[in-house]
Design a protein around this ligand. Structure first.
Ligand SMILES: [Zn+2]
Length: 170
């Protein structure tokens, strides 16, 4: 949703371009509302050529298949955030095997929310005990036979970039 009002004084914000990037500035005070991609983490938990997906219980893309993970908290390191998300969503522990890459993506239809996803290849160290938080279920899908309704577009690039690792995972 387009930012409307100044967080400091409540006056209307107006769109501005700074070095070709879109931001918003207050019409009354000096406040600038910077727009940045939001940092997120993804776990590619692989086993025998298959990937563990969670089913989203919330919008956007409610019901679609997601990777375990989520938004980082203020000041949180990506690896700490990934362990926290896996504990919250699945009640499980993981080993992080490898950093795969950074991927920019959208978040639903909102043009003012973009995500910067740090994606890690992982191994499950303990069984999934429950699904909770923003997740209503989970399942394993072979990397060569993924479900059609995958929540976020960058996942396909992630899987390409670590395809050999997924296929070789024990
Ligand atoms: Zn203001």
């Amino acid at each position: 949703m387009e930012p409307q009002f100044c967080l400091l004084c409540g006056a209307r914000l107006t769109k501005i371009q700074i070095e070709s990037h879109l931001h918003f500035e207050c019409s009354k005070c000096d406040y600038i509302h910077w727009l940045n991609s939001r940092p997120c983490v993804d776990a590619i938990i692989a086993r025998e050529g298959a990937i563990l997906f969670t089913q989203r219980g919330v919008e956007p893309h409610k019901g679609d298949w997601d990777l375990p993970g989520g938004f980082l908290e203020l000041g949180e390191a990506p690896i700490a955030g990934l362990h926290r998300e896996i504990a919250e969503e699945l009640g499980a522990r993981i080993e992080i095997l490898k950093f795969i890459g950074h991927y920019v993506d959208g978040y639903g239809d909102d043009p003012y929310i973009k995500t910067l996803n740090c994606s890690y290849l992982c191994k499950l160290l303990s069984p999934v005990r429950f699904t909770d938080d923003d997740v209503v279920g989970y399942d394993w899908f072979p990397v060569d036979n993924l479900p059609p309704n995958i929540a976020f577009a960058h996942f396909k690039k992630v899987f390409e970039d670590c395809y050999e690792d997924i296929v070789a995972a024990s």
